[in-house]
Design a protein around this ligand. Sequence first.
Ligand code: H2B
Length: 95
Amino acid sequence: MLAKLTAAERAALGHSVPAWEMAAGRDALVRRFKFANFSEAFGFMARVALLAEAQDHHPEWSNVYNRVEILLTTHDADGLSARDVRLARAIDLIA
Ligand code: H2B
């Protein structure tokens, strides 16, 4: 079982991953992206997929045409862990 984020680490999320918000009803981060078209959205998803594999940490996500919604949580922690913050920051860099 991985460690969940501490209260202090949670309080810092607004600074470390300001583009992400807490998901409703889940101990998870969520961010919604909108692209010019499906091709741009799917290209982004392909890059995130490679990142997720490299980090062995995988998003829950959906795509509708030019929109992508990514939800990050750690199943092995049953909630948010440092792995989610690390992946969120890496996704921000390629967004
Ligand atoms: N992704 C996420 N989001 N949470 C996990 O707990 C997790 C994962 N665990 N990807 C990894 C894979 C684990 O199942 C493998 C065996 O390392």
